[in-house]
Design a protein around this ligand. Sequence first.
Ligand code: ADP
Length: 371
Amino acid sequence: MNVTLVGKGAPAPDLPAAILAHVRRTQQPVILDDARGKTPFAADRYLRLARARSILCLPLVKQGELIGILYLENSLTSHVFTPGRIEVLKMLSSQTAISLENARLYADLISENRERGKAEEALREAQAELSRVARLTTIGELAASIAHEINQPLAAVDALSGAGQNYLKRDPPDLEEIRKVLTKITRDVRRAGDVIQSLRAMVTKSDPLRAWFDVNDVVSEVLALAQLEVQKHGVTVFTDLPAGVPTIYGDRVQLMQVVLNLIMNGAEAMSAAEGPREMTITSRSSPDGKVHISVADTGVGVDAAAAARVFDSFFTTKATGMGMGLSICRSIIRAHRGRIWLEPNTPRGAVFQFMLPVGDDRASPQSGLVS
Ligand code: ADP
């Protein structure tokens, strides 16, 4: 017995084309007790050449739609397909139709999923690029402040080395003073080095990288970059960053970006405000094992209508604003399974806060599983 399953749109393989066409058109089975005898399909090339005898050709129909065709042929014996066998085959064929259709749907689903995966990947890349461009823009705005932040310790080093020379010229050289000067030089050189290092991290194009890091360090580093800019707005910054806040597993540079955005927004909101301009940055660990960071300002505040939209893309109240800063902050925090929100400050201003889960339960800094 030769059994062939012909797919819906599949070109018929080497089979009697006339029979297949008939079944396709009528959606009715064709049964030939003896294909060598007189049949309506006697002119078919295949039937003339091949030695088929019994033929059964069944349409596979699901909900009125032809899904495929089942073709059975016996080239030795005539009258193989008795009514009983045909009944069984018809039943089987309806099952086959369902399975075929399911397989097709499944294949469609898989290819749809693959397409969606590709689109999501492209979206992720676009988002990462956008966030990098936003980071570069902010850093560009900070250029003068950062240059100053690097220049200050260098100027100190210059003065200190002059003083060192003088201590050397003494007779005998004042070694104790020279030692103190060298210690200060080391400290200042490190300070400049640290600023350059965090700057480099913020501007280098690199893939998102997750690792354990200390949020307090992140806040301090960002403050070092933004310090002068914030001071330019006449703002005094207070920090409350207690030791012992748990480390976070995530992308350090992205978190720097979030903190930098919040600080810059707060400073801007205060530049037009009356009264004291104070920014308070705090970190806390909550009893449910999360880390909270808040950036509070005494600026113009956010009214209720704007509060509902500040995290939306392109929402801005600034003449030259892009309205992307907070939206990028929110995607970064969400990607870290955290939450970012806004509360009014008292007596005025805004408090932007975010919460992050401490880490991935699969890997802790102690377990050494982190790659
Ligand atoms: P942009 O700074 O380009 O406007 P953001 O997404 O960072 O974009 O901010 C969106 C809007 O949210 C700002 O235009 C401003 O109206 C409001 N906003 C953000 N931070 C503060 C803040 N600290 N105080 C008052 N308003 C704020």
